[in-house]
Ligand binder design. Structure first.
Ligand SMILES: Cc1ncc(COP(=O)(O)O)c(C=O)c1O
Length: 381
């Protein structure tokens, strides 16, 4: 039996596969998945109960519940200073589905999609499912920022889109003004889209600055994908949204309609409450963990960029002369500590530590990592 070529060619998530392997190997400390360890705020759970009591159990409109879309419109105006009305906001099953619908809406066979790497692992397989070409822009030599030169070296007449993930998974970096302007200059003169994946944009440690979406003179080229998963500790609820011009939504709508019909109805009502929740207490807790991780990694002699958002940190481990897979597999087997190899994010020579776990787990894991690294350094010397 022959299956669809595009589907057979792609692999299941390498990140999940590594995590499963670590479980099988009996790892004890997991800093692997990108999932807040907090519970969903009580007011959101209560609103969900009320929605169920009120029998909000029928199909929702494909675009999503109008009340929620209006709330999002007001919320985005306040957060990013942008004006998108309810017909320019589509509720999706997590931001995963928003990103997927966006890519399916724009990529033709042979089209190139630029992905600054290190990058979240879903982009490549989805681009390939669309028969597009995944084009890496390596940001590692530039502190994970996008330089004019690096961008110019990857754009071409076939460029259809660029994906901007800020704050970034796996590095925690926020694209600075220069990076955004470099992208702006290219996009202004080309026929290309910008897919803004900003699911961590409320989890930031310095003053919040609107991302690429603020360039509203390029409105028809921008698609903004957002999630309830990370800011409100709602990963299992599976809710997100896409915000874009009416023309863009009109196309993405069809992909969304034929994949999901609509996002879960009663969860959309609960999400209205989520928008009223201020995630500042979560951010403060992540900040403590970020500071602790950063200081410990620096003290171990690892080269690391201080994250400005999200809940990941990505030290360079290339000096140990082994692949990131080998390093992380040994860390699992010898120390029972699981972190994700950089290769899962197109970032060989790095590992991703997720600090969205308890401080106790972080302290124990970093103690063991410190010993592991010291042992390797002795051998290298
Ligand atoms: C950068 C980025 N985008 C999108 C997602 C997808 O999140 P969700 O589908 O839960 O909204 C994730 C999840 O880890 C992520 O890290």
């Amino acid at each position: 039996m022959k299956f669809n070529e595009q589907v057979t060619r792609i692999e299941p998530s390498p990140l999940r596969a590594f995590n499963d392997m670590a479980h099988k190997e009996g790892a004890e400390l997991f800093l692997t998945l990108g999932e807040p360890d907090f519970h969903t705020p009580q007011q959101v759970k209560d609103a969900c109960g009320v929605a169920l009591e009120n029998n909000k159990t029928f199909y929702a409109p494909t675009m999503g519940v109008a009340e929620l879309r209006r709330e999002i419109s007001a919320f985005e105006k306040q957060l990013n200073g942008v004006d998108y009305d309810e017909n320019e906001i589509m509720i999706t099953t997590g931001s995963t589905e928003a990103i997927m619908s966006a890519l399916f809406a724009v990529v033709n066979e042979g089209d190139e999609v630029i992905v600054p790497v290190p990058a979240f692992s879903m982009y490549k397989p989805v681009i390939e499912l669309c028969k597009g070409r995944y084009v890496e822009l390596n940001t590692a030599p530039d502190n994970f920022q996008i330089t004019e030169k690096a961008l110019a070296s990857v754009v071409s007449d076939k460029t259809k889109a660029i994906i901007l993930t800020s704050p970034n998974n796996p590095t925690g970096t926020i694209l600075d003004e220069k990076s955004l302007l470099n992208v702006y200059e290219q996009v202004k003169k080309r026929d290309m889209f910008v897919i803004c994946d900003e699911c961590y944009n409320q989890l930031v440690y310095n003053e919040r600055r609107p991302g690429f979406v603020r360039f509203q003179d390029l409105r028809e080229k921008i698609v903004y994908c957002q999630s309830f998963s990370k800011p409100y500790a709602m990963t299992g609820w599976r809710l997100g949204y896409m915000m874009a011009s009416k023309e863009f939504i009109e196309q993405a709508f069809k992909v969304h309609q034929y994949t999901t019909v609509c996002a879960n109805t009663f969860i959309q009502y609960a999400a209205i409450e989520a928008l009223r929740f201020d995630p500042a207490p979560f951010v403060e807790e992540y900040r403590k963990r970020r500071d602790y991780c950063y200081d410990r990694l620096v003290a171990m002699g690892l080269d690391v960029v201080k994250p400005e958002g999200a809940f990941y940190i990505m030290p360079n481990i290339s000096k140990f002369g082994m692949s990131s897979m080998e390093f992380c597999t040994r860390l699992v087997k010898e120390c029972k500590v699981a972190v994700i190899p950089g290769v899962c994010f197109s970032a060989e020579g790095y590992m991703r530590i997720g600090y969205c776990v308890s401080m106790d787990t972080i302290v124990k894991a970093l103690d063991r990592l410190e010993k592991f690294v010291a042992g390797l350094e002795k051998k290298c010397a």
